[in-house]
Design a protein around this ligand. Structure first.
Ligand code: MN
Length: 470
């Protein structure tokens, strides 16, 4: 079970009785927060920190505990901040500075000096905040009474990002084949990706997958087809083509388990030994939250896996998408996102159909794929690009919309959306920022989640929202 350490700061100045009350309030608060967060991470109360040695000890424990994904820190009383320097200098995990109080209301009739000395986070959290800012500690500050719903929501979001960052640190990505020939935006510095985000990205020959596929039995494929039937409508007579995709999926899943990878890429230029481009296989795997990037796009594959982890406990859809074409009707411009095949069924508005059609490019046999129209609603599109000196995230608000007319001749799944603040501003801003034609689209996450992820990983972030002007 992942853990969040809850660290309460104080000092010896106020005497034994005050420290007892600090410990009691800390316990009550930790228990309450644990009740609200325990599906994400266990909230573990640490002993009250009174001096520099104890501060150092607690942060060394944070560093040493692999299950600890981050810390929540709160100053119950004043806690002179020089005592936090040594400890904070060792902190490499996400921090939430919770600016709260044990009491919601001021007890106007009874308040005395003792009460004020005990409950002085307005005083102590400013001192602590200063030293964090001076030391450039990346953290989220959440303000408000800890039992209020909006505060709990923010703490939960922090926990989700912290758990996702912990996952990111150990994320393994497999590239079947390399980056698509000559394509710039999908490429990147894999060493830097591992240093910065933990992504261990390795190349495999497609033959590694073909070898496993050759060992898949008819009975294995029967079981997979049965599984498809529970989720999808089989709208083709070409069962051989569907069984071929089932075989690829079983092989890919065995590979994923064996190599402990949580994201992968392929490249349609390098499919030697496969009769079809993996379509249905990749689509169904993506719906499990396994990251995918087409054309060797390891950054989008890894980002998708991390964002799916972040959104694990939320409602909504999160997956890889590709920008394709527009409806440029003045005033009601819309974008059509799709791909050759790989659109995740998490975006399906109704039961997806398995169909088999030829592909215009790639020179392979007609491939089985899922075809569907998309859900509607507010979403974000997130793209990561390598600027040479650093990575940049571009996060745009978008609105998924119903396609205005049927597209009976388009044999692939599709998503349509409107850009924010308007089509021309949104598209120009994205292109000026260097945003890719690949993105992770999510209806579960919002700009604040990406802002926190960017801040905690010290990644440059361009936000495109209602307030954007080019
Ligand atoms: Mn592409």
């Amino acid at each position: 079970m992942k853990k969040l350490y809850f660290i309460v700061g104080s000092q010896d100045l106020y005497g034994e009785q005050t420290l007892k009350e600090v410990a009691r309030d800390g316990r009550e608060m930790a228990e309450f927060l644990n009740g609200k967060l325990c599906d994400l991470a266990q909230v573990v109360l640490m002993p009250t920190v009174r001096n520099a040695d104890e501060a150092e000890d607690v942060f060394l424990k944070v560093a040493a505990d692999k299950e600890c994904v981050g810390v929540i820190v709160w100053m119950h009383t004043f806690s002179p901040a020089k005592m936090w320097i040594r400890g904070l200098q060792t902190l490499k995990k996400p921090m939430l500075h919770l600016h709260t109080q044990a009491n919601e209301k001021l007890p106007y009739k009874t308040i005395d000096m003792d009460f004020m000395n005990l409950n002085q986070s307005a005083h102590g959290d400013r001192e602590f905040g200063f030293i964090c800012t001076r030391l450039n500690v990346k953290r989220q500050i959440v303000v408000g009474y800890y039992r209020h719903n909006d505060v709990i929501e923010k703490i939960r979001s922090f926990a989700e990002v912290a758990v996702a960052l912990d996952f990111s640190k150990r994320l393994r990505v497999a590239m079947f084949g390399s980056n698509m020939r000559d394509v710039a935006v999908t490429d990147g510095d894999r060493v830097e990706s591992e240093i910065k985000y933990g992504w261990n990205v390795n190349y495999y020959g497609i033959g590694d997958l073909v070898e496993i596929a050759d060992s898949v039995t008819d009975a294995d494929i029967d079981a997979k087809i049965k599984e498809y039937k529970t989720k999808y409508e089989i709208a083709t007579g070409d069962t051989a083509a569907v069984r071929e995709q089932a075989k690829y999926q079983i092989a890919a899943e065995r590979f994923i388990d064996r190599e402990r990878v949580s994201a992968f890429t392929d490249n349609f230029q390098d499919l030697h030994g496969l009769k079809q481009l993996p379509g249905l296989a990749v689509q169904d795997i993506m719906s499990r939250g396994i990251g995918f990037g087409a054309e060797g796009d390891y950054k989008t594959a890894a980002l998708m896996a991390v964002l799916c982890k972040m959104a694990e406990k939320r409602k909504g859809a999160t997956a890889f998408t590709e920008d394709y074409t527009y409806d440029l009707t003045a005033g009601s411009e819309m974008e059509l996102a799709s791909h050759m095949l790989e659109v995740s069924p998490v975006f399906a508005a109704s039961r997806p159909k398995i169909e088999v059609h030829p592909l215009g490019i790639g020179g392979k046999e007609p491939a089985a794929r899922l075809v569907f129209d998309s859900i509607e609603g507010d979403a974000i599109a997130v793209s990561m690009v390598d600027m040479g000196t650093h990575f940049r995230l571009i996060c745009a608000k978008i609105k998924l919309v119903k396609q205005p007319e049927k597209m009976p001749k388009l044999p692939v799944a599709r998503i349509m959306w409107k850009l924010v603040p308007d089509f021309k501003t949104g598209a120009a801003a994205w292109i000026y920022a260097g945003g890719a034609h690949h993105a992770v689209v999510s209806t579960a996450l919002n700009v604040d989640d990406i802002r926190l992820f960017a801040s905690l990983t010290d990644t440059e972030l361009v936000i495109i929202d209602e307030n954007t002007r080019v």
